[in-house]
Design a protein around this ligand. Structure first.
Ligand code: PLP
Length: 393
């Protein structure tokens, strides 16, 4: 009888021929490589979060799960630093959070001003247009941030109902100060919504102190949880705007009034919450709060300084202007004569290290190195520097 290694056609659990040819060997369990995720997200997650994904299911209206939803809302309020009652995790990734904010605050014909200095501001424009908004945009070169005065001029010109801006632009590594822009928006009768997908739990996000009307985030960055839920929070002006709507929210799935009733005291069935993702986010938020937000921000800042010093010593510069750099995401120029993909492929194959390539205008010109949440550690810094140094030789 043929030895196993000689068998040209090993037994398959599942085999399909033709253009969708696939063969899944019967004896091979799924075994993803132990990657060190030092890109723009997803980031690695702590063992307690991973374990939560494998815990036994409970029903989504089980009193235990209902208690967990309440606990989750309380923890999200602490992390967003807000007392907004409408603070919860929408089912879906960060993009679902973005849509939830825009489609609930915008009715067809409403004006929205979007500040665009990277990919994710551009996406906010697209989402707002699809929701029927009359969208105006102001642009800044990638890597720069907006000056409150230019936003004020645009608000005076366009008279928007809502101003949208990305707090941490993952395509460039720029941190946008938003407090003054929020004050200006309110002075002119507009609301402000911010994208905190990359900022939340990595740098301060102060929804109440900054008077932010709506914010959304994702689980896969500095919260160190797999992708799958989108924390959102709506303040009093935003809730009033939702209550005053004349038209139905364009998306049934993301209608915050219905989702709010599911998370609220009447537990009105809307959709089945992703139970194990909720377990995982519960554990991720508990880890964040046990560490303490300020200690977590200080850890991100410390490791960022170490990484930046190492990169500088290797002659690698940041794309983003100094003073506006995110500690959790470093967008750096690829040195002259170095091929982007060759280096990233080697990092993955030889070191199991993932870093990100540039997006949009920065494709092929920049790398994005993330030190997010659980990944913001001294050993991540030394590993990525050593790996890069070897691959650049
Ligand atoms: N906004 C920002 C700033 C992001 O970085 C991302 C993802 O990288 C998103 C929105 C979209 O999040 P997701 O990919 O989880 O849908």
């Amino acid at each position: 009888s043929a030895r196993r290694g000689d068998d040209p056609d090993p037994p398959a659990l599942f085999r399909l021929e033709g253009s969708f040819a696939v063969s899944i060997p019967a004896s091979k369990p799924l075994e993803p490589s132990p990657r060190v995720l030092l890109g723009p997200g997803p980031s690695n997650v702590p063992p307690r979060v991973l374990s939560a994904l494998g815990m036994p299911l409970v029903g989504h209206l089980d009193p235990e799960f209902v208690g967990l939803m309440d606990e989750m809302q309380a923890m999200l309020r602490l992390v967003f630093r807000t007392e907004n009652p409408m603070t919860l995790a929408v089912s879906g990734t960060g993009s679902a959070g973005k849509e939830a904010v825009v489609v609930n605050l915008i009715e067809p014909g409403d004006r929205m001003l979007v500040c665009v200095n990277g990919v994710f501001g551009g996406r906010m424009v697209d989402v707002a247009q699809r929701a029927g908004a009359e969208v105006s945009r102001i642009d800044r070169p990638w890597g720069e941030v907006f000056d409150p005065q230019e936003v004020e001029e645009a608000i005076q010109r366009d008279r928007p109902k809502l101003v949208g801006i990305v707090h941490a632009e993952t395509s460039t590594g720029a941190l946008q100060p938003v407090q003054e822009i929020a004050r200006i928006a309110h002075e002119h009768g507009a609301m402000i919504a911010i994208d905190t997908v990359t900022s939340l739990a990595g740098v301060p996000v102060e929804l109440d102190a900054w008077d932010i009307d709506a914010a959304y985030s994702g689980t896969q960055k500095c919260l160190s949880c797999p992708p799958g839920l989108a924390p959102v929070s709506f303040g009093p002006r935003a809730m009033q705007a939702i209550q005053a709507r004349k038209t139905k929210v364009q998306s049934w799935y993301l209608d915050m009034t219905m989702i709010g009733r599911y998370w609220g005291s009447d537990r009105f069935y809307h959709h089945t919450a992703p139970i194990n993702m909720t377990f995982a986010l519960r554990e991720a938020l508990a880890s964040v709060l046990e560490e303490g937000l300020d200690a977590r921000f200080a850890r991100h800042a410390l490791n960022a300084r170490a990484l930046a010093a190492g990169l500088k010593a290797m002659g690698i510069d940041h794309v983003t202007a100094e003073g506006h750099r995110l500690p959790q995401l470093h967008c750096v120029s690829i040195p002259e004569g170095v091929d982007d993909l060759t280096v990233r492929k080697r990092l993955l194959a030889e070191w199991n290290v993932e870093i990100g390539g540039g997006l949009g205008d920065l494709k092929g010109k920049a790398w994005r190195i993330g030190l997010m949440g659980y990944g913001s550690r001294r050993e991540s810094v030394t590993l990525v520097l050593a790996a890069l140094e070897t691959c650049l030789r």
